[in-house]
Design a binder for this molecule. Structure first.
Ligand code: ADP
Ligand code: MG
Length: 954
């Protein structure tokens, strides 16, 4: 279901009755295995006590074993909703038949039949069939592509299996599984909460309630509680907005509440605006060509031509001028680009984002995980009484020694380091199974890094967590910038806290808070991410419990500061080059982070994003909303200590400054900014489901370098779309020019209706699709981005179309006139002209391969499909002249060699003219680019193209 979809909430209570019926028949597993509930009990899960739920599911709060889960998976099937049916072949074929063009052709066929012109009628039907087949095949391919993309995004959940937390594809969940969820996670199935901390869920897609709902781990609710008020349950399709929860899976797949209503809601895919714009453009051209056809008919009738012939020619002309295949060809260009992007780790969720990415002028990117590896390692600890301690090791490796000035730590210092590590390991939501490698690691990287540190100090984190039970906790949130939890240590209760130094140090008992913050600042200035760790005893040995435990966490004054920890997060190896590539491509890079300003600047310096402290804007400045903030934001390159809410402000300020903004994000709170940005880019690996749902694009590898690859492919896609348009409208223009000129000069009709249809059939089948697959031109990333306001049909495209159309039209009419003048029969002249036109259009395809580069500089090997399409068209045409029956119908006969020798140079004329035009344009661009010698030729050409004021088309 689309995230924005809402249902009226009053529908909620009505549905369970229906659900009951389906569930009762479906849930009953073969042999009464696994869950064996009484009739229609599933719908009253909320009315059972927690233990009763577990008992009925034959599950425990520590989850299932792998073997049991496998068994249940075989019974219940995968946890997935049936895929929305993609369009059937039949509906695609029928869709092809609903165009005005087809109606025209059908009318022509019927008239031919009435006039007993059976050959013509048969031929028109043949054209119809081939047109439909080619169109349907192309659309089918685009459709299959989208379906493949849909399944490329999977959801990973944290599940308890064999007593340990594992990451698992959510499709493998079964009833009885125990899952661990955090803010931003999509709820993967219908769940009953076992444990919750500050949990809120966004259920708008299910109940229509737009505010997040508080969720708790409670006991039985009254059986008639409506869906929207079942606070102990989480439902598939909703998102955990914040907090943390452990919950047991009740039902999966189509047996979830969402699954029951999903059948009623098919979300039709919205058509991309570019395609829609082109549709309008095609219609405009259609109208123009109708006028043209009208003129031709009038001229024809004026010179006394037969009504019948005029009718056929009018239809054939309309067919050649209307670029009916254009929208499909463009969709194919976009879909080819999405496939190429996917290969470079950019997954496209909304088709228009493809061309959009090519036009973006600024990328605002996360630091952690995108520019850096997100493999935090604690490397430096500061202990209040013992000073700095070094820690060995890289990444999440568990080996590493603590030392001071190269010497082993004193027992006392080691003890202090260990109690710091203990606090940080308890106030922690990650899981680390030291025996299971990467498989056994899950959770926030800061938390994992703290667990690694604890192991390095010699702690057994698993045993520690069992010994000190967690009573209450405040999970980390980006707004709060710390996490806290209350534990029962048997002999007393302790609060453990970890988080940003400038938040925690002022709350602590540190003797000289400013000096400590100075140390933290100093570490941050060297690129360390710095966190403070603190603790605090609560009450007496009996300790507080229940609600008063929560209250303790609300009042954090009087903490005992245990120390500071400095983490290194290495830069991604490709990041620096990727930033450089962006700058070369005229795309500004802005770094956004919740980290300290000094840490952020140190990393920005290393990446070449910023150099001076003035280029850093902090979240505090944004919150203060001082005058001139917009200008300050537009000029800044680094945003530090930023809260998610500020990101929207940053996007808006950049857009205000005329930028087309691509914004990356991973957190649940980034969703509004991802929506607001022109292109929302979510992290596919470590990002939350909420961010992914809000984004237009997803980076499969969370890597900034992939953004650059996406920009490259986006620009290539845009260029290819222009090439396809160029080819289709210029050949139509050429044919129009030829007919108008011929009639104006009193020549016979240059081609018969059947010939004209044939010409379009052989030259329009594969060329445009092959052009849509052109490889990206070198130097695409050396140009500035095109202006977001630049129309697709700009001055350059109009110029190219008019020039090439005029050349082909003039040369062919002149050749035709010459042949008639020399006394050739009309049949022979038309035959030769048809050969000439096929050759012309095949040569012209090579003009369309680039708008700036010489056709001779583009290797044929870069696009064999195009070569095949051209050679194929030429061969089919020559072959037709030798095919008995067909050659009579088309009025074709093989050409003698002498005529070929004349024809080939004529066909090449369009290549020569267009090459000269490219050369002249390039030279002019170079001349006008002299003041800024840094700008390369093609870039200047783009600039020149932009400075001309073209009329918007479509
Ligand atoms: P970024 O945008 O760079 O990913 P975050 O918003 O995740 O930054 O973190 C902001 C700050 O919050 C960090 O500098 C750190 O001080 C603190 N912090 C981050 N993660 C945690 C955590 N798991 N527990 C406690 N504090 C954290
Ligand atoms: Mg983070």
């Amino acid at each position: 279901m689309a995230p924005g979809t809402t249902r009226p909430s009053d529908a909620a209570p009505a549905r369970p009755a229906a659900a009951e019926k389906t569930a009762a028949t479906k849930q009953q597993p073969a042999g009464g295995d696994a869950a064996a509930p009484g009739p229609s009990a599933e719908d009253r899960w909320h009315a059972l006590a927690r233990d009763a739920v577990l008992a009925r599911l034959r599950a425990s709060s520590s989850g299932l074993t792998d073997a049991e889960a496998e068994r249940r998976l075989a019974i219940h099937g995968p946890n997935a909703l049936p895929q929305p049916k993609s369009r059937s072949l039949l509906s695609i074929v029928l869709g092809q038949l609903t165009s005005p063009l087809i109606y025209l052709l059908l009318a022509a066929a019927v008239v031919s039949l009435v006039l007993a012109e059976y050959d013509d009628a048969g031929f028109i039907f043949l054209v119809l069939t081939i047109n439909t087949a080619v169109g349907a095949a192309q659309e089918w391919r685009a459709e299959a592509n989208t379906a493949a993309l849909r399944s490329a995004i999977t959801t990973v959940v944290r599940v308890m299996r064999n007593g340990a937390v594992r990451r698992l594809d959510s499709r493998r969940l079964v009833p009885g599984d125990v899952v661990v969820l955090e803010g931003g996670d999509r709820v993967p199935a219908d769940l009953r909460i076992l444990e919750a901390a500050e949990t809120q869920a966004d259920e708008s897609s299910l109940t229509g309630e737009s505010l997040p709902v508080d969720k708790v781990a409670g006991d039985a609710l009254p059986p008639d509680t409506p869906l929207a008020e079942r606070l102990t349950m989480l439902f598939a399709g909703s998102t955990l907005q914040r907090g943390r929860a452990r919950a047991v899976v009740l039902s999966t797949g189509s047996r979830t509440e969402l699954g029951v209503i999903a059948g009623a809601l098919g979300s039709p895919a919205a058509e991309p605006p570019l395609t829609r714009r082109l549709d309008r453009f095609s219609r405009l051209l259609g109208l123009l060509s109708l006028c043209l056809v009208g003129a031709v008919v009038a001229l024809q009738l004026g010179v006394g031509a037969s009504l019948r012939e005029t009718f056929f020619v009018a239809i054939a002309l309309a067919v050649s001028v209307i670029p009916e295949g254009l929208p499909v060809a463009v969709t194919i260009a976009l879909s080819i680009a999405t496939r190429r992007m996917a290969r470079r780790n950019v997954i496209v969720r909304h088709l228009p984002a493809v061309e959009g990415l090519g036009a973006c002028t600024v990328v605002a990117t996360d630091k952690t995980g995108t520019l850096t590896m997100n493999q935090l390692t604690a490397r430096r600890i500061w202990l209040p009484r013992h000073g700095f301690v070094e820690v060995d090791g890289a990444g999440f490796e568990l080996e590493g020694r603590l030392s001071q000035g190269g010497e082993a730590l004193s027992d006392e210092a080691h003890g202090a380091a260990r109690s710091l590590a203990r606090s940080a390991a308890l106030c922690n939501d990650a899981d680390l199974d030291p025996t299971a490698g990467a498989e056994g690691r899950s959770g926030d990287t800061v938390d994992i890094a703290f667990l690694v540190l604890a192991i390095k100090t010699g702690l057994d984190t698993g045993a520690l967590r069992k010994a000190a039970r967690r009573i209450a906790d405040r999970p980390f949130s980006a707004e709060r910038k710390y996490a806290a939890s209350l534990h029962d240590h048997g002999d007393g209760h302790l609060v453990h806290v970890k988080g940003a130094a400038e938040v925690l140090v002022p709350l602590s008992d540190a003797e000289d808070p400013d000096a400590v913050l100075g140390l933290a600042e100093d570490m941050a200035g060297r690129g360390y991410r710095v966190l403070a760790v603190a603790t605090k005893p609560i009450g007496d040995a009996a300790g507080p419990a229940g609600p008063s435990g929560e209250a303790c966490l609300g009042e954090l004054r009087g903490l005992t500061l245990l120390g500071l920890v400095g983490f290194i997060d290495p830069l991604r190896p490709e990041a620096r080059q990727a930033v450089r590539d962006c700058h070369r491509a005229g795309v500004a890079v802005k770094m956004i982070t919740g980290d300290h300003a000094a840490t952020a600047l140190a990393i920005a310096r290393e990446l070449g994003i910023a150099d001076r402290p003035e280029e850093v804007v902090t979240g505090r400045e944004i919150a203060a909303a001082a005058a001139g903030l917009d200008r300050r934001i537009a000029a800044a390159s680094v945003f530090a200590r930023v809260e998610p809410a500020h990101k929207v402000r940053i996007v808006e300020a950049l857009q205000q400054a005329g930028h087309l903004v691509a914004m990356t994000g991973d957190g649940v709170n980034d969703a509004p900014a991802l929506h607001r940005a022109d292109l929302g880019v979510a992290m596919g690996r470590d990002g939350t489901d909420a961010a992914r749902d809000a984004a237009d694009l997803v980076l499969a590898d969370d890597n900034f370098a992939s953004v650059v690859a996406g920009i490259d492919e986006g620009r290539a896609a845009y260029a290819n779309i222009r090439k396809v348009i160029y080819l289709s409208i210029s050949t139509g223009a050429a044919e129009a020019v030829m007919f108008v000129l011929a009639l104006a000069f009193g020549l016979p009709l240059p081609l018969t209706a059947v010939q004209l249809l044939w010409l379009n059939l052989v030259t329009n089948g594969g060329q445009d699709v092959a052009l849509a697959a052109e490889a990206s031109e070198p130097g695409l990333l050396d140009r500035p981005p095109r202006s977001p306001r630049e129309p697709l049909i700009d001055a350059l495209l109009v110029r190219e179309t008019l020039l090439s159309g005029a050349v082909i039209g003039l040369v062919s009419t002149a050749a035709f006139a010459w042949m008639i003048d020399r006394g050739w029969s009309t049949f022979d002249a038309r035959n030769t002209l048809l050969f000439l036109m096929v050759a012309f259009e095949n040569v012209h395809v090579f003009n369309c391969r680039s708008e700036t580069r010489s056709a001779f500089r583009i290797p044929l090997s870069a696009n064999w499909a195009l070569v095949a399409a051209v050679v194929g068209a030429q061969a089919v045409h020559v072959g037709a002249a030798f095919t008995p029956g067909l050659c009579d119908l088309l009025g074709l006969s093989p050409l003698p060699l002498s005529e070929w020798l004349l024809l080939v140079p004529l066909a090449l004329s369009v290549l020569i003219v267009m090459e000269t035009d490219k050369l002249l344009r390039q030279r002019r661009a170079k001349r006008s680019a002299v003041p800024s010698p840094a700008e390369p030729g093609p870039g200047a050409a783009t600039a020149a193209r932009r400075s001309a004021k073209p009329g918007e088309a479509g």
